[in-house]
Write a protein that binds this ligand. Structure first.
Ligand SMILES: [Zn+2]
Length: 677
């Protein structure tokens, strides 16, 4: 059988890829890679970059280029058959990855290549440093008994973390409420009522059905006039998967959480770290636990007074305007929304006409062109997965092609929600290959209706700029080694720098004038509306800041302070953190941590601080543009050369310092979020 995945030479042949091609292609490639790598190890007595690392990079790249369209189509043109094929490959790929990470002969060969450091350029040394670090983190160099223990821990952790997610999911699904009188839902916007109606219909019920899924939970807690209803929903949500609340004890994560922390601690110590926080930092930009904690405490101290003021204002507003003397935790979002409307009264309907997609997209290209001197060119006739998809090339001022991307902007059936940038292929230059980076840019905007262009909300414009920032990091790279080109090999806590940086251009008048104009009249955003948008931007930013800091400090401290003789002390530490930073104290029965999948089941363990860390970087980087002019050519070129082009080829701190002339400072973030410090 001919298989387009295996015959692929250039870009993927999306229109020819069928679900039945997927598993055979992955099976064939994994078998081929295994056999080739073993043969290479056998036949290379003196491994060096060219005879050993380079061929492996090329084989891994091929595997990546075959898997990328599959995983992308699974997200954007999903079907049962494709999902089945995709899911069947996941464990195979994960086994392959583990096997390579623990292959002692492969590790020995990489070490031999690295030992001959004089023969390597800077980028090659970085690739090898990263590879050796990752081998070490996967336990390959442990003595036999410890290696065995390491594997046992991994297995137990993997079942515990998936059990954790399942419990959260089951607890979320276990709760629902059917409302038969719409009056009980007073305050909810029409879209939320429609969703509740549709959910009821899908369950073959009359009336309106509320659930704990975020699209249902959020409008209730924010808009429902009935305080008892908000309380019930809040309580159900904030006690999920715990020994409290409406399903107390039924999906309880308590034991799993303790065990996860214990195992992470033990495994970190096997690898020679003091605790899991230290292990987490081995792959991050932050250099030490003290640095992370110092950073979080500093931000907290400087934001808390403002958060307290904001809460006081909210209390006063609720008392004066609504006669509510005591604000309960389930009242905060509700009265905050009332206060926001009272102060700024901005509706999306008012803003959207100024952001037609037909202006925003070319305007964004214009912004990027002014900053970095590149141009964008649409290419027709490129094979894609849907007729709405567009394809573009990015070229240098001298016409050199830098990168390409697919643009898939509209929501449709069988397409995953949200917006993201993903890697189709990385930049890679070897003796055999000269490959430029290709990205998938995916959004979920409302498609145009009739001859009216798609009108975007300001949030959507910001999301588009954010994801395009990731795309530029991937596509403008000049690094030749795929493991460190573009976003590859970039420290987790630095990877949001280029994306958040781009968001700034959605708020600057000079930039807005390039892409925001009324779709009918062509008029720019009126000053009065722009003023209200700016004022509303930082509404309750102090309260939001301390909440994120609470999560970050909690996550970091439970991993850093784990002590086998004292146990996990999860809520004890959470309460200490709240004493320091929080302005809102949830009720005793709140079990927020039991549903905190980011850190117990996701990749953010001892890494939740990364969100704030990267915000500091992006705000501080942008502040240099504020000083020199937001389209200053020299500053743009410097950002391009020191950050965007360099990918993971150097430590993120070194790159930042090279651009900014000093280490990051938090002042710009505080200023941008309106926190007077
Ligand atoms: Zn991002």
């Amino acid at each position: 059988m001919s298989n387009p995945l295996l015959e692929q030479t250039g870009l993927p042949a999306f229109s020819a890829i069928r679900p039945e091609h997927v598993e055979p292609a992955i099976d064939a490639l994994l078998a081929e890679n295994r056999q080739r790598i073993e043969a290479l190890i056998d036949n290379t007595p003196h491994p060096d970059w060219h005879n050993f690392v380079e061929p492996i990079e090329e084989w891994e790249d091929r595997l990546g280029r075959v898997w990328s369209p599959v995983s992308h189509m699974n997200a954007v043109v999903n079907s049962d058959a494709l999902r089945e094929a995709y899911n069947a490959c996941l464990p195979k790929l994960s086994d392959y990855g583990t096997e390579m990470g623990q292959n002692e002969r492969l590790y020995a060969a990489y070490k031999a290549v690295a030992e001959n450091a004089d023969a390597l350029d800077e980028g090659q040394r970085k690739v090898l440093d990263n590879a050796l670090r990752d081998f070490h983190l996967s336990g390959v160099d442990l003595p036999a008994d410890k290696k065995q223990r390491y594997k046992e821990i991994n297995q137990e952790l993997s079942s515990l973390t998936s059990k954790f997610s399942e419990n959260v999911l089951d607890a979320t699904n276990a709760w629902s409420r059917v409302i038969d009188n719409v009056d009980a839902l007073r305050g909810l916007p029409q879209s939320a009522l429609d969703l509740a109606r549709q959910t009821a219909e899908q369950n073959e019920l009359e009336g309106w059905m509320l659930t704990l899924d975020y699209p249902s939970f959020y409008p209730v807690i924010t808009y429902a006039d009935d305080a008892e209803l908000r309380k019930d929903v809040y309580k159900a949500y904030q006690t999920r998967a715990s020994e409290q609340g409406p399903h107390a004890g039924q999906f309880d994560n308590t034991e799993s959480m303790d065990r996860i922390l214990a195992l992470r601690h033990e495994q970190s110590q096997l690898l020679g770290f003091d605790n899991y926080a230290e292990r987490s930092l081995a792959r991050k930009m932050a250099r030490s636990s003290d640095e992370v904690l110092g950073f979080l405490h500093d931000l907290a101290a400087r934001s808390k007074p403002q958060a307290e003021n904001e809460l006081a204002e909210l209390r006063a507003f609720a008392a004066e305007r609504h006669g509510v003397s005591e604000l309960e935790p389930w009242d905060i979002a509700y009265y905050s929304e009332k206060l926001r409307q009272h102060r700024y009264s901005i509706t999306q309907e008012e803003v959207k006409p100024y952001f037609p997609e037909t202006r925003v997209v070319p305007g964004m290209f214009d912004v990027v062109g002014r900053l970095y001197g590149v141009t964008f060119h649409e290419v027709d006739g490129v094979d894609a997965w849907h007729p709405d998809v567009k394809f573009y090339e990015i070229r240098d001022h001298d016409g050199t092609e830098r990168g390409q991307f697919y643009f898939d902007l509209y929501a449709r059936k069988n397409k995953r929600g949200g917006a993201w940038m993903d890697d189709c292929q990385p930049r890679m230059v070897t003796r055999n290959v000269a490959q430029i980076p290709v990205a998938y840019m995916t959004c979920n905007f409302t498609p145009p209706v009739g001859d009216k262009p798609a009108l975007l909300t300001h949030d959507e414009v910001e999301t588009l700029f954010h994801e395009f920032g990731h795309g530029l990091h991937h596509m403008l790279t000049q690094v030749d080694y795929s493991a460190i080109s573009g976003i590859n090999g970039v420290a987790w806590d630095a990877v949001e720098l280029p994306s958040q940086f781009m968001e700034n251009y959605c708020w600057e008048r000079e930039a807005l004038n390039l892409f925001a104009a009324h779709y009918e009249t062509g008029e720019p955003i009126p000053d009065e509306l722009y003023g209200r948008m700016l004022a509303a931007k930082n509404f309750q930013s102090g309260m939001m800041m301390v909440r994120q800091l609470e999560f970050s400090l909690f996550d970091f401290r439970i991993h850093r302070e784990y002590d086998p003789t004292r146990g996990a002390r999860i809520y004890e530490i959470l309460n200490e953190v709240r004493d320091e930073v929080a302005v809102i104290r949830p009720p005793e029965w709140n079990r927020f941590a039991h549903g905190f999948s980011h850190i117990f089941a996701g990749g953010y363990a001892a890494g939740y601080y990364s969100y704030k860390w990267a915000e500091v970087l992006s705000a501080d980087a942008f502040s240099l543009f504020e000083e020199n002019g937001i389209f200053d050519q020299a500053t743009g070129q410097s950002f391009l050369h020191h950050i965007l082009e360099r990918g993971g080829s150097k430590d993120a701190m070194d790159l930042f310092v090279a651009f900014r002339g000093r280490e990051p400072q938090i002042d710009a973030l505080l200023r941008h979020t309106g926190i007077a410090a």
